[in-house]
Design a protein. Structure first.
Length: 317
């Protein structure tokens, strides 16, 4: 995961998972990207043993450390935030070796590489708004002429970073597109603007082993902003999944399960799927607070079932 000292403990999903693991008597070791390495083809790491607390003033303390093979761990949760860059990709190669050596890696490292959070929606066009993946500024301008108002965003960031709304006739259009595409050197995703973002927000739906949680969080953009991201100042409002939400989950869920994407968060605006978050989905603590759910426990129930099928007689850690 990212450095534990820098998280926001009151809302961090990774910490919620660690608290649940500790509650179940699992042994927790903590690693950052710099701790992972390959030695003669074997995945190894610096592993720090950690105790966690549900306390915003003190949420962790290290109790020891050792170096050892990742394959000796029962399960590894990969919770590194984007950017999805070459460093992230190399980490998935290391974790893929750990998987081959016996560890259950969640989410599956090969699928983390395959299922880009912006692009994987293309596998479910029946769920999505009109969209375009391209490096061509001209192609995006034509797309804008067709739809009148669009969203453009990079393929490797999170939290609303570098997301722009462009309306037909905007004099800044060319500047924005040159900037976000690197003058045609980087792929971006463009989507038709969905006006429901303004009233109903950007809905985050959590799926565990392909099955949706009954409740989610709608992130309503703050006044003067278009980004439905809590990190960008959006407000959280709870909701119960609609029939359309559940239909989208039925379209997407089996593929997530097949790819070993055990814990995911899809984003839905209006009636449309806009993103599939597989790297480090969040928002479970906000949902828990509103609906008195315990999503981390639901996730660990599913995780424990998979582990029991995979192995027996070994205490998880």
């Amino acid at each position: 995961m990212d450095p534990i000292a820098s998280i926001h403990p009151e809302k961090d999903t990774s910490l919620a998972f660690m608290l649940e693991a500790q509650l179940r008597g699992w042994e927790i070791v903590y690693m950052e990207m710099a701790d992972l390495f390959l030695r003669d083809g074997r995945a190894e790491a610096r592993m720090r043993y950690v105790k966690v607390f549900n306390d915003v003033n003190k949420w962790f303390e290290f109790t020891g450390e050792e170096y050892g093979p990742l394959g000796d761990l029962d399960v590894i949760l990969m919770r590194k935030d984007p950017p999805f860059d070459i460093e992230f990709i190399i980490a998935t190669y290391i974790l893929e070796r750990a998987e081959a050596e016996g560890a259950l890696v969640v989410n599956n490292p090969r699928s983390l590489r395959d299922a880009n959070e912006k692009i994987f929606t293309a596998w479910f066009p029946q769920c999505c708004p009109p969209s375009l993946l391209t490096r061509s500024v001209t192609a995006v301008q034509t797309f804008l002429e067709t739809h009148g108002k669009i969203i453009v965003k990079p393929t490797d960031k999170m939290g609303g970073k570098s997301v722009y709304v462009i309306a037909k006739g905007d004099p800044n259009t060319r500047v924005i597109l040159d900037e976000i595409t690197g003058s045609g050197q980087r792929y971006i995703q463009a989507q038709k603007y969905i006006p429901e973002i303004e009233t109903s927000g950007d809905k985050r739906i959590i799926l565990i082993d392909g099955i949706p949680v009954d409740y989610g969080i709608a992130r309503i953009p703050s006044e003067g902003d278009h980004r439905g991201n809590l990190a960008a100042g959006a407000k959280a409002k709870g909701f119960e999944l609609t029939e359309r939400d559940r239909w989208i989950c039925k379209q997407v869920g089996p593929a997530l399960k097949e790819h070993g994407l055990l814990f995911t968060g899809i984003d839905v605006i209006g009636d449309f799927l806009t993103e599939i978050n597989v790297t480090s989905p969040t928002c479970i603590r906000e949902i828990d607070q509103i609906y008195n759910t315990h999503i981390a426990a639901m996730f660990f129930d599913a995780l424990q079932n998979i582990l029991q099928e995979k192995q027996s007689g070994k205490k998880p850690k």
